[in-house]
Design a protein around this ligand. Sequence first.
Ligand SMILES: [Mg+2]
Ligand SMILES: [Zn+2]
Length: 216
Amino acid sequence: MAAVHAQGAIFLEELGPQPYTFRVAPRPAVFLDRDGTLTEEVGYVNHPRRLRLQPRSASAVRRLNGAGIAVVVVTNQAGIARGYFSEEVLAAVHATLVSQLKDEGAYLDGIYACTHHPTAGEPPYRMVCDCRKPRPGLLLRAAAELGIDLSRSTLVGDRASDLVAGRAAGTRSVLVLTGYGLGEWEYQRDSFPVKPDHVAEDLLDAVEWVLEGRRP
Ligand SMILES: [Mg+2]
Ligand SMILES: [Zn+2]
């Protein structure tokens, strides 16, 4: 009977933030596509020097940080499957991304990348995976690991395939007109398998839409 107390108090910090957050307060997230949404669409980013934040991206991430909304990057990086760059280069690019955001007082809660391609390159990267958008695997994994409530979350991306991944994971979706977004929206919208819940000029506009619609 006294066994419950025998080992003394258990402090929350010993459990780490994830079990606590997951059980008690699953929180909403904004999932961000990387290229063309958070950063400039420049083709394959095969060196950290090619990475450029869009002008208002750091403000957008900062707004979400301040609102207690998780910010999670979900990105297809088939350049790895194609042999254009290595996992080490991708890690260096993401370290640069984190550092550029940090310089502006913004942070990410996670970065999830699919490095596969169904037909290009060699195994193990050449595979039909469940994480290459439009499939929802990256979002589902992030939700499980970070304690995210998908039904209160939003995906922001510049391509129709991003919107499909959001829908499949149960989030709302916003199309930004940066990157491929303007062309996709102007010329391809009739064939979008999933219509966006909102169309925004850029990531900051998208984030403002998310924050306006938030219930207290
Ligand atoms: Mg993109
Ligand atoms: Zn994958």
